[in-house]
Design a protein around this ligand. Sequence first.
Ligand SMILES: Nc1nc2c(c(=O)[nH]1)N[C@H]1C(S)=C(S)[C@@H](COP(=O)(O)OP(=O)(O)OC[C@H]3O[C@@H](n4cnc5c(=O)[nH]c(N)nc54)[C@H](O)[C@@H]3O)O[C@H]1N2
Ligand SMILES: Nc1nc2c(c(=O)[nH]1)N[C@H]1C(S)=C(S)[C@@H](COP(=O)(O)OP(=O)(O)OC[C@H]3O[C@@H](n4cnc5c(=O)[nH]c(N)nc54)[C@H](O)[C@@H]3O)O[C@H]1N2
Ligand SMILES: [Mo]
Length: 769
Amino acid sequence: MSTEHTDASLNPEHFTGHVRLSKPKTAAAGLPAVIYSARHILREMDAVRGMKALLKLNQKNGFDCPGCAWPDPDDERSAIAEYCENGAKAVAEEATSKKLGPAFFAENSIASLGQLTDYEIGKKGRVAQPMYLASGATHYTPISWENAFIKIAAHLNALSSPDEAIFYTSGRTSNEAAFLYQLFVREFGTNNLPDCSNMCHESSGVALSDSLGIGKGSVTLEDLYEAEVIIILGQNPGTNHPRMLSALQKAKKNGVKIISVNPLPETGLLNFMNPQTVGGMLHVPTHLTDLFLQVKINGDMALLQAIALLLLQEEEKRPGAVFDNQFIRNNTSGYEAYIQHLRQLQLEQLSTAAGVSLEQIREAADMLLHKKKIVACWAMGLTQHKNAVDTIREVVNLLLLKGSVGKPGAGTCPVRGHSNVQGDRTMGIFERPSVKLLDTIRNIYGFEPPRKHGYDVVHAIAAMRDKKASVFIAMGGNFLSATPDTEVTATALRNCALTVHVSTKLNRSHLVHGREALILPTLGRSDKDVQRGERQFVTCENSMGVVQMSKGNLQPISDHLLSEPAIVCKMAMATLGSRSKVGWQHYMQHYDYIREDIEKVIPGFTNYNNRVRHPGGFYLPNGARDGNFFTNTGKANFNVATVTEHKLAPDEYMMMTIRSHDQFNTTIYGLDDRYRGIYQERRVILMNAKDISEAGLKPNDVVDLINQSGGQERIVKRFLVVEYSIPEKCTATYFPETNPLVPLDSVADKSNTPTSKLVVIRIRKSSEL
Ligand SMILES: Nc1nc2c(c(=O)[nH]1)N[C@H]1C(S)=C(S)[C@@H](COP(=O)(O)OP(=O)(O)OC[C@H]3O[C@@H](n4cnc5c(=O)[nH]c(N)nc54)[C@H](O)[C@@H]3O)O[C@H]1N2
Ligand SMILES: Nc1nc2c(c(=O)[nH]1)N[C@H]1C(S)=C(S)[C@@H](COP(=O)(O)OP(=O)(O)OC[C@H]3O[C@@H](n4cnc5c(=O)[nH]c(N)nc54)[C@H](O)[C@@H]3O)O[C@H]1N2
Ligand SMILES: [Mo]
């Protein structure tokens, strides 16, 4: 069966052919980053509004950057600019003064909007009032908030089971909104709470819970500064977590050695010019990476096992010189089995599987040999693979051998994506809630929450496709474009009776809709949120478990926007009416009331309202950080896993889908990937020179990309071949353009995360030019 693009509006093939290529940059940031920030801000708003926003970004009395989840320094923050180029772009995107009112939606049909690229859609502006799409209509029309909630309630209450509704969350949602949302959904009667984390760090959560007893990282910023070695795997911080580069620079000054593991020589990982220092502005780069290991896609487990085996060989020569045997004895379980497994491995085979020379692997092992303070950082390059959970557990194995968990200067650092994705999970946004959480909700609120586990993202798509669910509600995000197998997801959403999006900006998920659809426009991070005459703040948890307040300071672009907490309360009141046991009206009056109850339900939030008002917030408890491992064995668990062999036919390639420098997930800020030297075109495929010539292609050829799995053919058309430094048989494209190629059933074992970093493709010359 073939799914040739039935509907170009899902993935418009806007191929400009005007690509401009230059050599990849040798260092990240510096003055250009500051100039690009200013340009993005000024394109969206006047300078006064722009400065007002930037002056409060990531300040202790300001708002949390709507970009990534990298933590803010606990101590001194730079007076004007605790942000980065991409944080400034995120603010520009949200705080734009362009707005979309009823006239815009009257002029533009859904079909015509569908022909625009994601970049063009995003540039239109903020949605300024609630909009409704009637059954069979071609245009969205205005609707009052009251009527919008009545429609949602009518649909939800007409379902034959609450499990026929799906409630998605993206990771910008505040703690307060997330807590209320899960409470509403559970009182309504389902655990169908998929979230973007299912596609993101779910594998880290599963791996770390099994290995160390907590699904979050263990380090603080101080640990990075104190570490002796930092290993960074599958992460591109120069683009996705630029402020991490400042932290690495500081660590570097303290003498840390950095090992980077990536199929691409990512600019920011290699060198950094800090725009907040004089040296950086004068283009004096700090050399960050000491050893760059250019692994094959998914070569990480083999690499890690090879390093561990080399360390074992040294340990056996001089017992006690390499491993932390006391830590292993007292704090871990499964060591013997792990060592036995290592002993059976062959270094040459591992080196081939990793795609890294034995010589380089030895260099890495040497760097670790006598070190006991090691931090491992990783992101999507590890999590979005079939064997992601085992690969991450392999990272932990290495740390455990060295006693590098639960002490200063050492530990795990899964670098989170969305600014509050970690907090949303802490608040109970999870399709597989713990019994403890459900019991507490019952005890505090007096209703019986559902016990049956709900759908995650992949299961939610399948349920809608199979017509087992028919109402889809999204608290933020862009479900259609962020999820795999775009054609299947489109069918799934179109099967619904109602799709509802609580959104700041217009996106493709508003255009691929259920029989009826609603867009509910909400306040963003930078917006002033006033309830009953009093300015409110919300709270977020960053990648290192610090909970902080976030208080917007900009005048909202329209009087018709509601805050996310208010939207949830009103949706709950309309839907549940007098059968609810929750004081929704009360929560809406002042967010302190929400936090008072979060404190009762969620562990670690004692004295929440007071502590969060303390500048810089507070740290949540973290067992692994303190050396307490709440696992099934009560100890940190070693894990035994076998390296996957990837067999490819001669014309098959592994494709990873990555972010360019000019996007935040499905929001496309611009068309340039400056650090990689690719300008004005996103439909590109990065290939090794040898692969290009062996395939009978040339750079700049236009090709179609094909995935055939499960007896289905998936095609995306018109991508430009770009020669790049990437291992043989490995290719890279940008997400979301190639999401139609990611099979829905290709998921990570145990975490069910789509394998967006390894899609097997064929490449053929495009016939339609
Ligand atoms: N500006 C900006 N900031 C962002 C985002 C954004 O889109 N834009 N997104 C946010 C979100 S939600 C997230 S989750 C993070 C994502 O942050 P990242 O994980 O850094 O994002 P990706 O572009 O997916 O990059 C994955 C990196 O892994 C490498 N990689 C791919 N496959 C493999 C592999 O098999 N092994 C190894 N070792 N490396 C591999 C790629 O070459 C790339 O460098 O960033 C967050 N911050
Ligand atoms: N192929 C491939 N697919 C991937 C990935 C990949 O690497 N490769 N990465 C995956 C990852 S890591 C993630 S996290 C997901 C992201 O999946 P999502 O979180 O669903 O997608 P985003 O693009 O971050 O969502 C952007 C939309 O959120 C809305 N929004 C922005 N701010 C706010 C706000 O404050 N409140 C509300 N209510 N709405 C807001 C805007 O309307 C905007 O259009 O994508 C995943 N998909
Ligand atoms: Mo993410």
